[in-house]
Design a protein around this ligand. Structure first.
Ligand code: RIB
Ligand code: CA
Length: 317
């Protein structure tokens, strides 16, 4: 059993599926500890329209087609990105075509979904899991600053405390919208648990572990096939499932090594350091700020297996 009781974490998940986003959605879909209130999407790995379609198809495939998928920002806050490598395949899911799902109703915009969930919530009640560029979160804080106090935790795959993955100094989610990352991580006052690359790279599967994933359930087989189309390999350890570590790290906090930090600085210049992140460890943090500086790969894989295996059984409607 995970470190939290069933049904105790109401969450909004912001993502850009994306193969590792899909793994994170699969874990969320089968973990009763999470009360999935909405999935919001944003441009990042793929355009927001495709991220939205991928999230809808993935949730349906994982037995959670009832969860609303709510499209957000179609571009970064300020500057457009230069072209970048499409490491999640042409369709964002490694070329795997999940069954199409008819749209039951017009999609609720992401900002409306955040308002629907946050307005009636108690202070600190909602956890936001952010697995993509932070554009939607920055827009939320700009348009509805009054709702920020409903967010008790922002758990986000963002940043690097060592080397980057898009440039030597920048991690993709920050690099893709540095102004949004600055607003949320540097200037923001949300209680934050940051999962940078130093931890998320540890959540990797090599080829033999990918084949094991394929054997755990039909959904595991689809996810394993997606990973074959994932052009992001950490030398010697395989494919890093960055976003999935945020979910396992929430389910089993002891599976990551958390360190209290005082501040996160984001470089929003337009030079070679754009999107670089610097964590200040010393000093009194103005708000709760923790950084996962490491993770236990075996505990990650053990929890991944335990949860993805549940997808072998029909999921409750
Ligand atoms: O740097 C890794 C992050 O960028 C992950 O969220 C991955 O999905 C990509 O969006
Ligand atoms: Ca992502």
């Amino acid at each position: 059993m995970s470190g939290v009781d069933a049904g105790t974490i109401p969450v909004v998940v912001d993502c850009d599926p994306g193969i590792d986003d899909a793994l994170a959605l699969a874990l969320l879909a089968v973990s009763p500890e999470f009360d999935l209130r909405a999935v919001t999407t944003v441009c990042g790995n793929v355009p927001v329209e495709l991220a939205t379609e991928n999230a809808r198809r993935a949730l349906h495939a994982f037995g959670r087609g009832e969860v609303p998928v709510c499209p957000g920002a179609a571009r970064p806050l300020v500057r457009a990105n230069p072209p970048y490598a499409q490491i999640h395949g042409v369709n964002g899911l490694g070329g795997v075509e999940l069954p199409a799902v008819a749209a039951a109703r017009p999609a609720e915009p992401a900002i409306a979904a955040f308002e629907r969930v946050l307005e009636p919530a108690a202070p600190g009640e909602i956890t936001v899991i952010a697995l993509a560029p932070l554009t939607n979160l920055a827009l939320l804080l700009a348009m509805r600053p009054d709702l920020a106090d409903r967010i008790g935790l922002l758990a986000t795959m963002s940043a690097t405390i060592d080397v980057g993955n898009v440039t030597p100094v920048a991690e993709f989610n920050v690099w893709a919208d540095p102004e949004a990352a600055y607003r949320v991580l540097s200037e923001g006052d949300l209680p934050t648990r940051l999962f940078p690359l130093a931890a998320t790279r540890r959540a990797a599967l090599d080829e033999s572990q990918r084949l094991e994933l394929a054997s755990w359930s039909p959904a595991g087989a689809s996810l394993a096939e997606m990973i074959l189309g994932y052009d992001d390999q950490v030398t010697g350890t395989g494919w890093p499932l960055h976003d999935a570590l945020v979910v396992t790290g929430l389910l089993e906090p002891e599976s990551v090594r958390l360190r209290t930090a005082a501040a996160v600085e984001v470089d929003t210049t337009t030079g070679p350091n754009r999107g670089a992140t610097t964590v200040t460890w010393a000093g009194e943090p103005p708000r709760p700020l923790e950084v996962a500086v490491d993770a236990d790969p075996e505990r990650f894989r053990r929890l991944l297996r335990e949860r993805i295996s549940r997808l072998a059984r029909p999921q409750p409607a």
